[in-house]
Design a protein around this ligand. Structure first.
Ligand code: COA
Length: 333
């Protein structure tokens, strides 16, 4: 049986750095509070004049292609994970296809599984590779969260957490290494614990008019931080253990755990529970905040660029987020 192997990784983040100090000037918060509760020191927010989800994704893709020594012409399918598409519809997959100059030639699939989106997308790509349907799949996670944040004291529990960015992976078949397994879960009971309500389709026409809703939080990210935290720490552990058990691999054999960068405290909790060393867990949330579906591919791309992932390594990806959804992937690099 063929494996699906990540042969190239790239990422792109916007130029504008938003520090904790900046946030403390526009809302009632402090660098100390944010650092202690989330580990985040700064994040990147887009310039709406120049940045889109699709063009950030294209920049990440070009980096991944270059590292893989491939060109856009080699891509025969796109799987695009985002919950912040440039348009309500169509999804950003077709916009990325256009940015890459591949109009009309290949299929593009959009995935809306929030922070678990990249692993869901990787899992889809894995199935297409294993069946032989496609040979070179572009898997992307890209998000612009900043434009949906309530940047006032009312929204401070989310405004300080989220950032913008894009990450890309190129996946191809391999005979001897690659994705060992993926594990996908969800529980819609908790859909409203972390969500953006509008522009939802299930409300009467009058309620969907911007003037009715612009001054409410319905276009903004709403999160019950406590609930998210409590579920995240449990589900992260479960889904990582599921991947290890399935493959009969001991946690000590993990060379690098790349958790979704939700919150440094969540990563540290998992690290401690699993007894992993600092070298075995990759975190970059300090620089970029929580970039939802982009966080894992950005982190993977950075880790690979820093030589922290080598051929033969066991790499574990794990995520938890809105839905709730949670997922893991175990990879022999
Ligand atoms: N600055 C200062 N005070 C803040 C604040 C901020 N940015 N955000 C919230 N607070 C205040 C609250 O208003 C509350 O004040 P009160 O006690 O006077 O009512 C107090 O801090 C505690 O709020 P609470 O929400 O209970 O804090 P917390 O310890 O749970 O921390 C989070 C808040 C968001 C950092 C935490 O819940 C968390 O990390 N949750 C998980 C979030 C996450 O990972 N999301 C992404 C999932 S993919």
């Amino acid at each position: 049986m063929k494996y699906s192997k990540i042969v190239g990784l790239g990422h792109h983040v916007p130029d504008t750095v938003i520090t904790n100090q900046y946030l403390s000037n526009v809302m009632d918060t402090t660098d100390e509070w944010i650092t202690e509760r989330t580990g985040i020191k700064e994040r990147r927010w887009i310039n709406p004049e120049t940045d889109t989800v699709a063009n950030m994704a294209a920049k990440a893709t070009r980096m991944a292609l270059e590292r893989a020594k491939l060109t856009a012409e080699d891509i025969d399918f796109i799987v695009f994970a985002t919950i912040t598409p440039d348009y309500f519809f169509p999804g950003s997959g077709v916009l990325l296809q256009r940015e890459l100059g591949l109009d009309g030639r290949i299929g593009a699939l959009d995935i809306r599984n929030a922070c678990s989106g990249f692993i869901y997308a990787l899992s889809v790509a894995d199935q297409f590779i294993k069946t032989g349907m496609y040979k070179t799949i572009l898997v992307v996670g890209a998000e612009i969260q900043s434009t949906a944040l309530d940047i006032t004291t009312r929204g401070r529990n989310t405004a300080v957490i989220f950032g913008d960015g894009a990450g890309a992976a190129i996946v191809q078949p391999s005979d001897n290494a690659g994705i060992l397994s993926t594990h996908l879960h969800s529980d819609g009971k908790f859909a409203e614990e972390l969500y953006v309500k509008d522009p939802g389709s299930s409300r009467p026409h009058a309620e969907r008019q911007p003037e009715q809703i612009l001054d409410t939080t319905s276009f903004k990210v709403v999160m019950n931080g406590n609930q998210v935290f409590k579920h995240a720490v449990v589900r992260f552990m479960e889904v990582i253990n599921e991947a290890l058990t399935t493959n009969k691999i001991d946690k000590s054999e993990i060379n690098l755990l790349v958790p979704h960068q939700a919150n440094l405290r969540i990563s540290q909790y998992i690290q401690e529970k699993m007894g992993l060393s600092d070298e075995q867990v990759y975190n970059n949330i300090m620089k970029f905040g929580n970039t939802t579906a982009a966080s894992i591919p950005i982190a993977l791309s950075e880790a690979w660029g820093e030589n922290k992932i080598k051929d033969g390594d066991i790499v574990c990806l794990a995520a938890f987020g809105s839905g709730f959804t949670w997922a893991s992937a175990l990879i022999k690099w």
